[in-house]
Ligand binder design. Structure first.
Ligand code: SAM
Ligand code: DTB
Ligand code: SF4
Length: 357
């Protein structure tokens, strides 16, 4: 059993917002800064993250999105965490489905709007959309926007032309996750490269669509990988407006899901720490609690909001897995005194210190 940490010296004064900054190391680069944030005592980190959060966003206000899978399963990519990869379909037993009919998507979007979501995110299990898919997704963007919802899509890689087509259709956000560090990437997926992911993000940015790009924590990666992933965000010319920090949902039959089920899950506090450091590194981006909330207690989620998360997925289902129930989320929001935001409240940005070149 690890020994209980003890204080070597008696503190001379309490840690307050005013003197907290004096206790911080002053690193020379953003990478060192991110590392130093990870090493802070957790309560110092949470306090600093919440103070930073309140400088950039309204307190106690969260943005709420609802997810829908518009094309499920049999994906040609081999992402080691994903229930939808065709590579593990025998092991996971996930039933593949064709594209969802437009009227079904509209019905789900209407329900999302009625329940209080401000954004509707549509995900497809594709490596990339084909040209024949583009009129379908453009129709969905139009129809969902007409309901007064913000739109988000995650369809895999895009060419510059496809990104422009989506922008012309009026898409507000495109989700394309880096998932982890460049170093750990080939342990997660082998059918695409980190640079391909960065390229699609660049095409989305150039098209004028807002970028949503995040990670998964708890896939067997090290803290160094979480540090490097956050550092990647801070080095983007314009950082993502939205940053989902997924906690791995371990899917039986996938390589990384099975590994997590065998080895044991990462500490939830390390996920909360990752959220807090993301908040500090990207103070004006929305940081989203994404996959993994279903397994968390009220207190763990409260700590994640304290760490500066200000967005979450609402609804009983994510893409193929369960989510925290809507009734539980309503009760939790009331208990924590959180209110839903109607529209984005601030422009995005990473890097409180200077960007490294
Ligand atoms: N096929 C598209 C792509 O990969 O870009 C879009 C859909 S994909 C399911 C969207 C994201 O969901 C992934 O990038 C990953 O970060 C997240 N995700 C998928 N399965 C997950 C799991 N089991 N646990 C946590 N996050 C997961
Ligand atoms: C993101 O970062 N997380 C969401 C959304 N973007 C598309 C997806 C979570 C998927 C969780 C596993 C599933 O339901 O299949
Ligand atoms: Fe396909 Fe996306 Fe799942 Fe990877 S994460 S297997 S690209 S659906």
């Amino acid at each position: 059993m690890p020994a209980i940490p003890t204080m070597l010296t008696t503190p001379t004064m309490p840690t307050t917002p005013a003197n907290l900054a004096n206790r911080q190391p002053v690193p020379s680069s953003m990478h060192a800064q991110i590392t130093a944030w990870f090493e802070l005592p957790l309560l110092d980190l949470l306090l600093q993250a919440q103070l930073t959060h309140r400088q950039h966003f309204a307190a106690n206000t969260v943005q709420i999105s609802t997810l829908l899978s518009i094309k499920t399963g049999n994906c040609p990519e081999d992402c080691g965490y994903c229930s939808q990869s065709g590579h593990y379909r025998k092991e996971t037993g996930l039933q593949a489905e064709k594209r969802l009919a437009v009227d079904k998507v509209i019905a789900a979007a209407k329900q999302a709007k009625a329940s209080g979501s401000s954004r509707f995110c549509m995900g497809a299990a594709w490596k990339h959309p084909s040209d024949k898919d583009m009129p379908y997704v453009a129709e969905l963007v139009n129809a969902v926007k007409a309901l007064g919802l913000e739109t988000c899509m995650t369809l895999g890689s895009l060419t510059p032309h496809q990104a422009t087509q989506l922008a012309e259709a009026g898409l507000d956000y495109y989700n394309h996750n880096l998932d982890t560090s460049r170093r750990y990437y080939d342990q997660v997926v082998t059918t695409r490269s980190y640079d391909e992911r960065l390229q699609t993000i660049a095409h989305v940015r150039a098209s004028g669509i807002k970028v949503c790009s995040g990670s998964i924590v708890g896939m067997g990666e090290r803290r160094d990988d979480r540090i490097d992933w956050i550092y990647e965000l801070t080095q983007m010319a314009t950082p993502p407006e939205s940053i989902p920090v997924n906690l791995l949902v371990p899917i039986k039959g996938t390589p990384l899901g099975d590994k997590a089920l065998n080895d044991g899950a990462l500490s939830v506090l390390e996920w909360i720490r990752t959220i807090a450091v993301t908040r500090l590194a990207c103070p004006s981006s929305h940081v989203r609690l994404s996959a993994g909330r279903e397994s968390l207690s009220d207190s763990e989620q409260a700590l994640a909001f304290m760490a500066g998360a200000n967005s979450f997925f609402y609804g009983d289902k994510l893409l193929t897995t369960g989510n925290a129930s809507q009734s539980n989320d309503n009760r939790l929001m009331q208990e924590l005194g959180l209110v839903a935001s109607i529209a984005p409240t601030a422009p995005s940005g990473c890097g409180t210190a200077s960007r490294d070149n």
